[in-house]
Design a protein around this ligand. Structure first.
Ligand code: HEC
Ligand code: HEC
Ligand code: HEC
Ligand code: HEC
Ligand code: HEC
Ligand code: HEC
Length: 433
């Protein structure tokens, strides 16, 4: 009886406290409604290109725009910047030219929503003071997934099993007879494979030897066959530890390849971006609007995948503070030339003016990144034979032409086309260390 009374009392207490709490929340909520709404709208519509601090992302940091422009101008710009530019508006044309005429798409937001967004930009809370999230570099780790040997063994075992079953099947009738005769009895119906096998092995050494020989050579053939495929990984598309989709980033959101792979223009390798770069956008884009996306034919939740970035950086989304225990993501290397080959991105992208897609295929359509080209020696030299060097307006070649002997100039440049092969793109030492 006492217990029941106590429970009822506790119940009332909980109800009362819940009521008080909800009251409190209601008031906190309505107090900061505009900026809260604005924050959500900003994340959904603007954060892919803008930071609320001073930092440049795709477009300028929006800190201070409320002071820089009046409300009417901002409304026109946000709804349709191109229309405003077309009117000849000075300020609009100035910022447009400053950003190399990159187009800010018209935003599907109404006046009330723009008010909320501007309120959030004026008062983004802790994010404003902190500005863009930058932590000292977390090293990028790229690992090679060495499963070629495993695949070998796997297929080897399967083929061996097949051969075993076929062999057993063919000798099946014979086996049954032998077994029955040996045991001094008549055939009593099927036994298990195991029973048959052990009996067979014990009693028929000749057959066992034959099977072993077949297995051995079968296995060997399989190995030799596999060996021709070593080193050619065309179509290789490992699932990555973070299900990063190029289709979303480079395709739908049209982020330039060079924004993330800036090495391609300046060095031998393109490199994989560090997670700090991701935070330029993912400080705001956290997937909390509940969207899903496709990766390798499966559906995943954005919020869970993006959370992995925060986990690796040891970043607390509540306090927006970075901890002391960042861990690198172990991206799995997709492309991998042998060590004896020299390949430079800068040479091909800058001097050679080759597009990323010529060698890597339609990356902007891939959710899982895959190796598009074979990366064999034939692939390299075929292209060097067919492709003309982009000499026009290239200072490097102007200088090279000056250094050429007249005979060489005559011979090479006469047909009007200078192929990569003709400048030495077939010389062993150019590609091999
Ligand atoms: C796809 C990228 C993109 C998106 C999305 C985007 N913007 Fe922009 N925005 C730009 C670029 C680029 C500029 C620089 C001017 C130019 O090149 O047109 C710019 C300029 C601006 C400017 C002028 C800033 C200045 O300092 O002069 C404002 C204000 C602005 N954007 C607000 C917004 C708001 C608000 C949203 C979301 C509702 C938004 N933008 C969404 C790309 C974008
Ligand atoms: C937002 C950043 C981002 C953008 C933009 C981006 N990438 Fe990537 N890229 C990555 C990350 C992260 C990886 C490693 C994970 C993976 O392989 O999917 C990667 C991997 C790659 C790889 C494979 C690397 C390897 O291991 O061999 C290639 C090739 C590549 N990107 C090409 C491109 C091209 C071409 C574009 C433009 C069409 C592009 N990327 C745009 C971030 C980006
Ligand atoms: C002429 C062909 C070619 C072009 C053009 C090309 N790549 Fe590559 N890319 C390769 C080869 C070959 C590899 C493998 C290099 C290795 O394993 O050493 C590679 C590797 C990569 C990797 C893996 C990391 C690395 O650097 O090894 C990334 C990322 C990448 N490329 C991005 C790009 C981007 C972005 C562009 C355009 C700006 C581009 N590539 C243009 C042939 C090309
Ligand atoms: C220039 C802005 C920008 C950068 C830089 C950026 N992202 Fe994104 N990312 C986005 C946008 C926009 C989305 C889609 C969000 C949506 O649709 O709600 C997204 C979605 C994602 C998702 C969920 C969908 C998917 O692709 O799997 C993951 C995971 C992700 N990003 C990881 C990364 C990683 C890792 C990096 C750094 C290598 C990175 N992002 C860099 C803008 C960016
Ligand atoms: C899509 C065509 C294409 C493919 C594929 C290609 N290359 Fe090239 N390569 C070029 C072009 C164009 C140049 C000329 C660049 C320049 O103007 O300096 C070049 C130049 C070179 C040079 C410098 C040659 C010299 O005489 O200065 C080397 C080395 C090289 N490539 C290596 C490779 C290797 C290794 C591969 C294969 C892994 C490869 N290339 C695949 C187009 C290609
Ligand atoms: C344009 C670049 C290029 C040139 C020029 C080139 N090679 Fe190669 N070579 C490669 C690449 C790339 C591979 C790696 C192929 C693979 O892993 O499948 C390779 C592989 C090899 C191999 C290893 C066997 C194999 O197929 O994997 C030998 C041997 C070789 N090259 C010899 C030569 C000789 C000799 C020359 C000069 C006549 C030469 N190469 C010129 C790019 C080149």
């Amino acid at each position: 009886m006492n217990k029941i009374i106590n429970l009822t009392k506790a119940n009332t207490l909980i109800r009362v406290s819940l009521f008080c709490l909800s009251f409190l929340f209601f008031h906190v909520d309505s107090f900061s409604q505009d900026t809260e709404k604005g924050k959500k709208l900003f994340k959904a519509n603007c954060a892919a290109c803008h930071n609320v601090g001073a930092k440049k992302v795709v477009g300028p940091g929006l800190q201070g725009v409320n002071e820089k422009y009046d409300r009417e101008w901002l409304g026109k710009w946000i709804k349709n910047s191109q229309a405003l530019i077309a009117t000849g508006d000075d300020a609009a044309n100035e910022i447009y030219n400053e950003y190399n005429k990159s187009i800010m798409p018209p935003q599907a937001v109404n006046d009330e929503e723009i008010d909320n967004i501007l309120a959030y930009i004026a008062n983004p809370g802790t994010e404003k003071a902190k500005g863009p999230a930058v932590v000292s570099g977390v090293p990028v780790e790229v690992v090679e997934e060495d499963n070629s040997m495993l695949m070998f063994m796997f297929f080897g075992v399967i083929i061996l099993l097949l051969i075993l079953i076929i062999t057993l099947n063919k000798t099946g009738v014979f086996v049954k007879e032998v077994i029955a005769k040996d045991a001094g009895e008549t055939y009593m119906g099927p036994r298990t494979l195991g029973q048959n096998l052990s009996k067979l092995m014990a009693d028929n050494k000749g057959i066992v030897a034959a099977v072993v020989i077949v297995l051995f050579f079968g296995g060997l053939l399989n190995l030799v066959d596999g060996a021709f495929q070593i080193g050619v990984h065309q179509g290789y598309k490992p699932e990555q530890p973070i299900k990063f989709s190029h289709k979303i980033h480079a395709g739908e959101d049209q982020i330039d390849c060079n924004y993330c792979h800036s090495g391609a223009r300046h060095s031998k390798s393109s490199g994989i971006p560090s997670l700090n770069l991701c935070m330029n956008c993912h400080t705001y884009i956290d997937g909390s609007d509940g969207k899903t996306f496709m990766y390798n034919g499966e559906q995943y939740s954005m919020v869970e995948e993006i959370q992995k970035i925060y986990d690796h950086l040891d970043y607390d989304t509540e306090t927006q503070v970075y901890g002391d225990n960042p861990t690198p993501v172990k991206w799995i290397k997709v492309h991998n030339l042998p060590d004896h080959v020299y390949f430079s991105h800068q040479q091909h992208v800058v001097a050679g003016k080759q597009k990323c897609q010529t060698c890597h295929g339609p990356v902007e359509e891939m959710d899982v990144l895959e190796q598009h080209s074979p990366l064999t020696m034939k692939w390299c030299i075929d292209c060097h034979q067919e492709t003309a060097v982009a000499t026009k307006g290239n200072g490097y070649y102007d200088e090279m032409h000056n250094r050429m002997t007249p005979e060489f100039k005559e011979k090479v440049l006469n047909d009007g086309i200078l192929t990569v092969q003709e400048i030495g793109g077939w010389e062993c030492a150019k590609c091999h260390y």
